[in-house]
Design a protein around this ligand. Structure first.
Ligand code: CU
Length: 739
């Protein structure tokens, strides 16, 4: 009898718990679809027929049950960004969770233990760029009702994401040519430099071995607010204070945000509340979320909330209220050569960055500030003496140089104490490293696949000191944990899960190791992550993960992402012959081939192949081995010698060669090689000198007294007109095909 009473009691308790923990179920069907966001019908992934994926709502204390029905012919995954969940629910395929195979259903089930603005996205290959991102909103329990609106921003390209990624690795500047249609000077050619009176700046930039660079490297055809170029929220009335939950679901775009109805009050970041702070404008990094409070000043007006891509090429808007449209002030175009000059000043000849003693951190000094005309002023309206003296005292804080307030991380304060529990502290130093020219992104010059997991222990505190020694900013995201940004607010340092770190900045973050399993820490720019910019934190003595029965085998799949080889080929179909090159390369290795096919015996043909490895962070050094094959028929008694007096073997050559390439200032590639016939050859070569937006110059000369110079006029992403003079083949013209 007594045991029966205990049973009843037990059942009642369980029932009570069931009521308290409400199960919230969603069914998500992932399907291939065709969309037309920017004038062309393109392939994308839709969930329940929509892009972005459906907005999911939960309340703190719920249990989420989310069924993913994968109706694709490829595998997929879903990662719950910013959520504190059991490791096997985190959704990184092959690291934490089983991949969702084609035509199967996967159940994610986890308790909701927090509240705020989060999102979810595919963590498989480049699927996120094709539409797999959505809002994940968790309401506070017993929260008073409030006016709110969810805005998920994203970027759309008509180019296949695979193509975008491949072209980034080829230093192909087609996207700059596309941008130049909208913003003059985007290619930053020598012609653009002369027009801007900045020839010396351009020359110095190439002397320091930099390619023209922009604040973002992908050209997007559209930016979207909840899947549309612009959206309206007419339901809001004068006096309403609307909590706009902004999620940057872009693959690689940062957005500047400003509002036509006055200041924006920043109230939360990455789901965590902050002490509200009013700002005039703010940047939202890739994968960050911010809650901002916007006030509607008057009825009969629709106020623009404007999101402009950091490169200022395009924008997308949300209109709050109903009536006459009140525009937010548009952002002025970038001053490219002012930015380039700044970069030149900070770039040392060895490829490291020099902050000139400024100890930059927490986004307080935007090194791009010289490119932003609204802050630095147009040339004719120089700042007065008053401002000049402030510049010395507050040189680290860009807000001191401006009449408007821009959000930075030093302004974020947690409303509650965020002190870490007592425990041993482990300090890790990471230098973010990158190579723009070959699009290699890494930490301490190593990619994810080139490093071991970083072992951590439950109960310790992990402090990470990050230094960004690359030329781009990186939104670093930690899975499954919140970290404090050490920002001068001490016990009230803000909690986030994405840290945007600008070039030359040093930032410190710290978190309590309270979980188990493996957690990804990576740059959230999709193309940087896929290039290998990340690390894996692994808790020692974690229980086996039932989703990954063979973790050693599984992790190899993850490593494959940054080991991927990319292919490019170029061929010039000219009146005097046919020449071209191909490359098949990854982070460190490159298999190159060059060929020249004449149309007669006198011109002959030749093929050279190289296989080599790039050395060093900047990858300027490239030792290789290769095979040469060459055939040509000269007239009798005609003998050619090289500058060393060696007789030429150009007529017939089948040789093994060993050589080394080195990239010199001005991006001139020096090549020294030695072959099994005992011949030495030195050459200098420069390709793709941007004379104007579309006109390019190449030249080559070598110790066999061969030389070549040519022009190319870029017609579109695959075709150029070309003309060249070649010491062997003479003058020729035709067209060049580039893939
Ligand atoms: Cu990055």
């Amino acid at each position: 009898m007594k045991s029966f009473r205990i049973l009843i009691l037990f059942m009642l308790c369980t029932l009570n718990q069931l009521v308290a923990q409400k199960k919230v179920r969603y069914d998500l069907y992932v399907r291939d679809t065709l969309v037309n966001f920017a004038g062309k019908e393109k392939h994308a992934y839709a969930v329940n027929g929509q892009i972005p994926m459906p907005e999911l709502h939960f309340t703190e204390g719920d249990t989420a049950e989310i069924f993913i029905h994968n109706e694709l012919r490829t595998e997929t995954s879903i990662h719950w960004h910013g959520l504190i969940i059991p490791n096997e629910q985190d959704g990184v395929p092959y690291l934490t969770t089983a991949p969702i195979k084609a035509k199967t259903t996967h159940l994610y089930k986890f308790p909701i233990v927090q509240s705020g603005t989060y999102w979810y996205h595919s963590h498989t290959k480049l699927q996120e760029q094709s539409g797999m991102y959505g809002a994940f909103i968790i309401h506070k329990r017993n929260a008073p009702p409030m006016k709110e609106y969810t805005l998920i921003l994203s970027d759309w390209t008509n180019m296949k994401p695979f193509e975008v990624h491949r072209r980034l690795h080829m230093a192909n500047d087609w996207s700059a040519i596309k941008k130049a249609k909208i913003q003059k000077g985007a290619v930053q050619s020598y012609g653009d430099a002369i027009a801007a009176g900045s020839l010396k700046t351009k020359f110095t930039n190439e002397w320091k071995r930099m390619l023209a660079m922009d604040v973002s490297d992908v050209y997007y055809d559209k930016f979207l607010s909840n899947g549309k170029p612009e959206i309206e929220a007419p339901q809001f009335k004068a006096g309403d204070k609307v909590r706009v939950r902004i999620i940057n679901g872009s693959s690689s775009t940062y957005f500047w945000l400003n509002y036509a109805g006055g200041q924006m009050e920043v109230a939360a970041s990455d789901g965590m509340d902050v002490v509200p702070v009013p700002v005039d404008r703010m940047i939202i990094a890739v994968a960050e979320t911010y809650d901002v409070l916007l006030t509607i000043p008057e009825d009969s007006v629709a106020y623009e909330f404007l999101a402009t891509s950091e490169d200022r090429i395009r924008n997308t808007s949300l209109w709050l209220g109903r009536g006459t449209k009140q525009l937010a002030s548009p952002l002025k175009p970038l001053k490219y050569f002012d930015g380039m000059k700044m970069m030149n000043d900070m770039m040392k000849m060895n490829g490291n960055l020099d902050d000139m003693g400024m100890n930059m951190s927490l986004q307080q000094m935007d090194m791009n500030v010289v490119m932003y005309p609204e802050i630095t002023g147009e040339k004719e309206e120089k700042k007065d003496h008053d401002h000049d003296s402030r510049l010395d005292n507050d040189r680290y804080n860009s807000n001191a140089l401006s009449d408007i307030v821009t959000l930075n991380y030093a302004m974020l304060k947690s409303p509650v104490k965020t002190t870490l529990p007592a425990g041993p502290t482990r300090v890790l130093n990471f230098t973010l490293s990158g190579n723009m020219n070959r699009y290699v992104w890494s930490i301490d010059n190593k990619t994810v696949s080139e490093t071991d997991k970083i072992l951590i222990k439950k109960g310790e505190n992990i402090r990470i000191v990050l230094y960004n020694n690359s030329m781009m900013r990186h939104p670093m995201h930690l899975h499954g944990h919140f970290f404090r940004i050490v920002n001068g607010y001490g016990d009230y340092s803000p909690l986030k899960n994405v840290l945007d770190i600008m070039p030359m900045e040093t930032d410190t973050i710290e978190f309590a190791a309270t979980e188990s399993g493996d957690w990804f820490f990576h740059c959230h720019i999709l193309y940087h992550m896929m290039s290998g910019m990340g690390r894996i934190f692994s808790y020692e003595n974690s229980p086996p993960n039932p989703q990954l029965p063979n973790p050693e085998k599984a992790i190899k799949k993850l490593y494959k992402d940054d080991r991927e080889f990319h292919f490019m080929v170029q061929n010039d179909f000219a009146s005097n012959g046919n020449d071209g090159e191909m490359m098949y390369m990854n982070t460190r290795y490159n298999l190159q081939a060059e060929w020249r096919l004449g149309y007669n015996d006198m011109h002959g043909y030749e093929v050279e192949t190289h296989f080599g490895r790039y050395i060093g962070k900047m990858q300027w050094l490239f030792p290789y081995v290769g095979i040469d094959y060459r055939y040509r028929k000269m007239g009798i008694d005609e003998v050619e010698k090289n500058i060393f007096g060696q007789k030429n073997t150009k007529d017939i050559r089948q040789a093994l060669c060993f050589g080394v390439q080195y990239t010199l200032p001005l991006l001139i590639v020096a090549d020294a090689r030695f072959d099994t016939d005992g011949k030495l050859r030195l050459s200098l070569m420069r390709e793709d000198i941007p004379l104007t937006k579309r006109l390019r110059l190449n030249f080559m000369g070598n110790s066999d007294l061969e030389y070549m110079a040519g022009f190319k006029y870029v017609l579109d992403k695959n075709f150029s007109l070309s003309a060249h003079y070649d010491s062997d083949m003479g003058l020729g013209g035709g067209f060049t095909f580039t893939y």
